[in-house]
Design a protein around this ligand. Structure first.
Ligand code: NAD
Length: 290
């Protein structure tokens, strides 16, 4: 049966390295690296995410600035806050927790964040930089998946990869990262014909679909490496987008849910914030060390 890829351990490792680099940043720059997180409204899941991001930021030796706005805040007021954070030299990274209330246009808010502080990597300029091979910021979840894959497989050159899902947050940047790592990438989505046939050829399968236990072990090539991005709440608890039991009997390695991709996301957010701090302060830093 498959090796279980321990995302919790990998995330703890990355957080420790970020912590060391954050202390070194403070010594060189004379201030802490800072992350501002903006939460609009009372969505309970979003509130949990924002709290754990804040805690993790402080635990890594960085400054956390939390801003909570009422659910009925005017879009203009949210944009004014983004403008203040853009101009604040203590703030290296800005994250506006999604989803936003319906009366606020997410794309307008995301585009208001200066790309140099867009540590979520959602700004179209950063998406374009990723697509064209320029230095920018890469969305945290797919970058965490790539780190797990490189630790598991080493060089990804020439591997056949299937990414299931084409969202701007996960699927598309995941495919771009795998392409940059010289894998041969297929992007599957809701209109794909013969998904099982595509998956059957893949050395690497990344599932970011949002449907509980959707990918079946019978579809997989024996020895494949499976990254399950899905987080689905069911009566029996959290499950991924992959049918874990059947997949684990065919794959060589697989991420569990929970304890796989999830913990990497926040660790990469801390990494991106620290990288932003070094870039914004113009202090030399080997980004590959993270
Ligand atoms: P999304 O809903 O934006 O995108 C889902 C994608 O799946 C779409 O591109 C769609 O084309 C594709 N899809 C839907 N039905 C399909 C089908 N029958 N066959 C093939 N493809 C199909 O979701 P998202 O934001 O990309 O998130 C995907 C999953 O990952 C969700 O479960 C989400 O909760 C989870 N997620 C986890 C983390 C984390 O930190 N671990 C972060 C982001 C998202």
């Amino acid at each position: 049966t498959a090796r279980i890829i321990d995302g919790k351990a990998a995330a703890a490792d990355l957080r420790a390295r970020v912590g060391d680099a954050a202390a070194a940043f403070e010594a060189k720059a004379g201030r802490k690296a800072g992350l501002a997180v903006v939460l609009v409204g009372e969505d309970p899941a979003s509130a949990v995410y924002v709290r754990s991001k804040g805690k993790a930021t402080v635990a890594a030796g960085m400054a956390s600035f939390e801003h909570r706005l009422d659910a009925d805040v005017a879009e203009a007021d949210l944009l004014a806050l983004v403008d203040r954070l853009n101009a604040d030299p203590a703030v290296d990274g800005i994250l506006v927790q999604l989803p936003l209330p319906k009366h606020i246009r997410e794309s307008v808010v995301i585009e208001r964040i200066v790309p140099e502080k867009d540590v979520d990597g959602f700004h179209p300029v950063n998406a374009g930089r990723l697509a064209t091979g320029l230095e920018g910021f890469v969305p945290c979840t797919p970058l965490g998946c790539l780190m797990l894959l490189k630790t598991e497989l080493g060089d990804l050159t020439g591997k056949d990869a299937v990414v299931i899902g084409r969202s701007n947050i996960v699927g598309k940047p995941m495919a771009a990262l795998l392409t940059r790592a010289s894998a041969t990438v297929t992007i599957a989505h809701s209109r794909t014909k013969d998904l099982a046939g595509h998956v059957a050829r893949a050395d690497i399968v990344v599932a970011a679909v949002g449907i509980a236990q959707f990918v079946k072990g019978e579809w997989l090539k024996p020895g494949a490496t499976v990254i399950d991005v899905g987080i689905n709440r069911t009566d029996t608890g959290l499950v991924g987008d992959v049918d874990f039991d059947s997949a684990a009997s065919v794959a060589a390695a697989i991420t569990p849910v929970p304890g796989g991709v999830g913990p990497m996301t926040i660790a990469v957010l801390l990494r991106n914030t620290l990288v932003a701090a070094y870039r914004n302060a113009d202090v030399a830093f080997d980004e590959d060390s993270l």
